[in-house]
Design a protein around this ligand. Structure first.
Ligand SMILES: Nc1ncnc2c1ncn2[C@@H]1O[C@H](COP(=O)(O)OP(=O)(O)OP(=O)(O)O)[C@@H](O)[C@H]1O
Length: 734
């Protein structure tokens, strides 16, 4: 009864009375700095909350329920429908952050860090009775637009009963001028760094001198060199006296980084530091050694065998995402496909993001979707391209197995990337990833189909070239050369796996960036038959005598990788294993796309500088014509064989159908003979004609069905077309 009375009394409290009470409560029960609220036994769920009869207050450090915290009634009501019990990071950080302390918080992906900073932001401004005239009271910075949008949605839920105003400021939106009028009167800004800086620099009267709380979500990312310039410029315009909250699943420990933010005695909260794993416990993680040129085959086969799963596929560049998405779309795997990358228009990006939240589909993405995004019910995260480092791996796989749900992740590692597995195994806390063997017999080979797509759709050829070039560049830009080493990649095989019949040339500008000196020296030592025309050389491959190569491989292989040996030894045609072994006869140049009379070159973006490559090729233009010929011959044979089987099957089915029809016709003719007099002359003529037409369309339908059975849509490229296209390619080389 007293409890009911108390709660009624609290309801009647005016805003200022409530704020006074909350301030007193926090002051009276604030935990000591450096203490871990998780170590304090929680009070029972029905224990009194707030002011006690004796005028004291109940402790809140250690409590488990949101309603036991010293937070406003309005926030509690916002939380109530969805959130009751706090997650560990919320329990550990909120008692400190509500006292106004700086926080450096780390907790696994999907563990609820968003509420751990949104609640203190709202509460701080509420308790300060912040209004429109006070201007910007809090800034929350996120590395991506989608994540900023997601944070904004969460803020709307938690703050729906408050009178605070908030705005989403993200780059790419056209209405920057419209924002300028209102941005100074907004209380909470959720933004990407670029757009915030744009307002700081361009919007008259925009100032943040009264800022109370600064939040950096994905703090380690925000502090890394990609955002350094922008972030430093932003920080320089913010008051030093403020509360700063930094959260991420992988936290920075660099004193230098933190010094940039002038933190004051921050609370270091790492709730899962003692955990045995760095990733969610309910996440099953598998790695597979997949040769670079088999990655797309593997991906296709995986998608085809998981048509009911929602999955995110990570690739390293926008162009790769675009190419794989467009190419797979044309091959129609039987599940909706989507793509997300930084080069897309903002509206499209948001639409894709929202759509993927709702539907079971496959999302091809760059790392733009790797951090923070809370897509519901993702079953699989597939990393086709190796993540940059362990932190990137943790964030990518964190898109599944969120909060308490289960999830799976699969990492494809090219033989040259296997050092990544060692790094993942050495991570502290651990990343429980297991290596599984690839069952090659289950992998569908799609490079032939991709080659056909490239011929049928000329735009796709350009896309493939760009995908290739940007991939190679991305590898070259990576810092960790134990894992990312262009010279160890089987580039010819990789480009062929994208459906390209010649390996694109990387401009000499890019080439220079690839430590040319080292490569040239290497060539001189290893092979006297080096082509002196520097421009014609794409990459030099570090060549070792064959014996040394295999020795190096044997040395490198650890126990975990040994089960893959049999798979790797299946033969060079099935898998290109690393490092590529180049025969002595072969010149050390991967591309020699220089015809006798014409010159085919590709610019930085992969555009051919001279006319289309198919039109002007001569034997000289091709890199190792024998090899390319061999590949296409094989392809044509395969296609022919498949076509033959198809035709046989189709003929047999048609024969059966015809017999059935004949029998049917026979019996109906018997019946019709008596009814024939009822038909007019014209009707009698139409009859057999119609029959014929129907018969033809039946055949077409059969063909369509056949294609469906084979997993190809009626509109997809037919086998006959594939053959024709392959032949066209072949003949263009003669
Ligand atoms: N206390 C809670 N009770 C129930 N669900 C919660 C709670 N806190 C957060 N969630 C839900 O858990 C999911 C993950 O939360 P959130 O996005 O904040 O995770 P995160 O730690 O920020 O992840 P990431 O490191 O990937 O950014 C969200 O769907 C959120 O609604």
């Amino acid at each position: 009864m007293r409890k009911v009375k108390n709660s009624r009394k609290q309801l009647r409290l005016s805003e200022s009375e409530e704020i006074q009470l909350l301030d007193q409560w926090i002051e009276a029960q604030k935990p000591d700095s450096g203490t871990n609220p998780l170590a304090i036994p929680p009070p029972p769920p029905d224990a009194p909350v707030g002011m006690k009869q004796d005028g004291g207050f109940t402790p809140f450090a250690g409590c488990k329920l949101f309603r036991q915290l010293p937070i406003s009634r309005k926030t509690k009501e916002g939380l109530k429908p969805k959130y009751k019990e706090m997650s560990e990071i919320q329990r550990a950080s909120l008692p400190h952050s509500l006292c106004g302390r700086d926080i450096l918080g780390a907790a696994k992906t999907g563990s609820g860090k968003t509420l751990a900073f949104i609640i203190p932001v709202v509460e701080k401004l509420y308790r300060a009775r912040w209004g429109p005239e006070d201007g910007v009271g809090s800034i929350i910075i996120s590395p991506t637009k989608e994540l900023a949008g997601q944070l904004f949605e969460e803020l709307k839920i938690i703050g729906k009963n408050h009178t605070l105003s908030a705005g989403l400021l993200i780059g790419g939106r056209k209405d920057v001028d419209a924002e300028k009028d209102s941005v100074s009167s907004l209380n909470i800004l959720i933004c990407t760094p670029g757009r915030l800086l744009q307002h700081m620099n361009e919007t008259a009267n925009f100032e943040c001198s009264q800022l109370q709380v600064l939040v950096l979500d994905e703090a380690d990312r925000m502090l890394d060199k990609k955002f350094k310039g922008e972030l430093d410029a932003i920080i320089s315009q913010l008051p030093k006296r403020r509360q700063t909250l930094l959260f991420s699943a992988t936290q920075t420990k660099s004193v230098k980084d933190l010094a940039r933010l002038s933190l004051k005695d921050p609370e270091y909260i790492s709730v899962h530091a003692e955990s045995t794993t760095a990733t969610p416990e309910q996440l099953k993680q598998v790695a597979m050694e997949v040769a670079l040129d088999q990655k797309l085959n593997m991906l296709w086969s995986f998608i085809k065998s998981h048509l009911r799963s929602k999955m995110i596929v990570f690739l390293s560049t926008c162009k790769q995402v675009k190419f794989v998405y467009e190419a797979f779309r044309k091959l129609r795997p039987g599940i909706p496909l989507k793509c997300l990358h930084g080069n897309m228009k903002q509206n499209t990006r948001m639409a894709v993001y929202l759509d993927f939240c709702e539907t079971t589909s496959v999302l091809f993405s760059t790392d733009v979707a790797s951090r923070g995004l809370d897509f519901p019910s993702v079953d699989w995260v597939i990393q086709v391209d190796c993540p940059e480092d362990v932190a990137a791996y943790i964030h990518r796989v964190g898109r599944t197995a969120r909060f308490t749900s289960a999830g799976n992740s699969l990492l494809f590692l090219a033989p040259s990337e296997k050092a990544m597995l060692t790094k993942l195994h050495a991570a502290e806390p651990k990343i429980p990833i297991i290596l599984r063997k690839v069952k090659m017999e289950k992998i569908e080979q799609i490079s032939g189909a991709l080659a056909s797509v490239l011929v049928k759709y000329p735009d796709m050829q350009q896309l493939a070239i760009r995908a290739f070039i940007t991939y190679v560049r991305s590898i070259n830009h990576q810092k960790d050369k134990d894992i990312f080493d262009v010279s160890r990649l089987p580039l010819e095989e990789y480009s062929a796996s994208l459906g390209l019949h010649i390996t694109p040339k990387i401009s000499s500008k890019s080439q220079k960036m690839m430590n040319r000196k080292e490569l040239v020296d290497e060539r001189k030592i290893k092979n006297k038959a080096v082509d002196e025309d520097e421009d014609a050389i794409l990459f030099s491959i570090k060549q070792m005598p064959n014996g040394n190569n295999s020795d190096a491989r044997a040395e490198d292989e650890d126990d975990i990788l040994r089960p893959l040996n049999s798979f790797m030894e299946r033969g060079p045609s099935e898998l290109a294993v690393l490092p590529p072994i180049i025969s002595k006869k072969k010149k050390l140049k991967i591309i020699v796309d220089r015809p006798a009379r014409t010159k085919v070159k590709y610019d930085e973006d992969g555009n051919p500088i001279v006319a289309s490559s198919f039109a002007i090729e001569s034997p000289d233009t091709c890199l190792e014509p024998e090899k390319v010929m061999e590949r296409y011959k094989k392809m044509v044979l395969e296609v022919k064989q498949r076509d033959k089987e198809d035709k046989l099957l189709q003929r047999q089915r048609l024969r059966e159908k015809r017999t059935k029809k004949k029998n049917k016709l026979k019996s109906s003719r018997d019946d019709d003979e008596s009814d024939d007099d009822d038909l007019s002359e014209s009707e009698r003529e139409v009859g057999p004609k119609n029959k014929k037409i129907r018969f033809e369309s039946d055949e077409e339908e059969d063909e369509r069905k056949m294609k469906k059975v084979k997993g190809l849509d009626a509109d997809a490229i037919s086998l006959a077309e594939q053959e024709a296209l392959a032949l066209k390619l072949l003949s263009s080389m003669h």
